[in-house]
Design a protein around this ligand. Structure first.
Ligand code: AMP
Ligand code: MN
Ligand code: MN
Ligand code: MN
Length: 273
């Protein structure tokens, strides 16, 4: 069983890369991609753990990209994480994350939180600093009941802690992944707050720019989403990927390993990388 989209403490996942591999293996996954946000730092540890466990570790990354003013996520699978074009690109995004976190900290401090940047940094440790870390701190502070509520009240566009951010351009993200020998996957298409028509434009431009696959089964996929994603794959001749987007057991995402099969007529992404 494949799970081609997961997170570790190298970004906003709850488990270290080796803990994640352990749990994936126990859940029956035989090919696991670790796809942390804008970093490949966790891959070395994940590789070592996977080789001990006897499962296949697919080196991956989830790149933050901007497209027509929307943030979209491009997963790179089967990448050579030593490739300089990819690492140079990720370095730029890491600097963007750092600047954004400082600005987010200032905005949340104005909204009455005590040292939000310090708190988020200590939760992030050596990993990428993300909105998830700010959100965990806000839940701990008692000012919101759930992660969902934090995002709704503080961290979504237009809310006090939201910082509009220019990530990589769609074409750049795809290009870094391809230069590193990987397959670019349009992540969780149903999560973007865009109309069906704009979603088709996105999938078309993604394909045009060298994208290889679309996440047909994504963490939050309900059957109608799976059908809609499969339609996009057929329409634009994209292969199909499958991933839980696992972060932690507390998330409402699908549990690690609990994934339905891909529609039989689609070409699985692992046949094109
Ligand atoms: P960032 O890339 O720093 O903007 O953080 C985005 C991350 O926040 C996503 O990858 C999710 O893990 C998390 N996230 C986004 N929206 C929500 C939500 N409504 N509830 C919980 N986590 C969320
Ligand atoms: Mn995340
Ligand atoms: Mn994502
Ligand atoms: Mn993800």
């Amino acid at each position: 069983m494949y799970d081609l989209h997961t997170h570790s403490t190298a970004s906003d996942g709850a488990f270290s890369p080796s803990e994640l591999v352990e749990r994936a293996s126990a859940a029956g996954i035989t090919s696991l991609a670790l796809t942390d946000h804008d970093t490949t730092q966790g891959l070395a540890e994940a590789r070592a753990a996977a080789s001990i466990r006897g499962i296949t570790l697919v080196p991956g990354v989830e790149i933050s990209a901007s497209w027509r003013g929307h943030t979209v996520h491009i997963v790179g699978l089967h990448v050579d994480d030593g490739h300089s074009a990819l690492q140079q690109g990720l370095l730029g995004l890491q600097a963007v994350r750092e600047e954004r976190a400082i600005e987010m900290g200032m905005r949340l401090a104005r909204a009455g939180f005590h040292d939000p940047l310090g708190a988020a940094r200590s939760l992030a440790g050596d990993g990428m600093i993300t909105r998830t870390h700010f959100a965990r701190y806000i839940v701990e502070s008692g000012r919101a009941k759930s992660m969902q509520a934090v995002f709704r009240h503080f961290l979504k566009p237009g809310k006090p802690g939201y910082v509009p951010t220019e990530w990589a351009r769609l074409e750049e993200a795809i290009d870094w992944i391809r230069q590193a020998g990987g397959a670019a996957v349009l992540a969780h298409p149903q999560r973007y707050k865009i109309s069906g028509q704009i979603r088709r434009c996105l999938a078309g431009e993604f394909k045009e720019a060298g994208g290889a696959a679309i996440e047909v089964i994504a963490g939050t996929s309900h059957p109608p989403d799976v059908s809609a994603n499969a339609e996009l794959a057929r329409r634009f001749g994209l292969a199909a990927s499958v991933g839980t987007d696992f972060h932690s057991p507390a998330h409402s995402w699908l549990k690690l390993g609990a994934l339905p099969p891909l529609p039989a007529d689609l070409l699985p992404v692992w046949e094109v990388w």
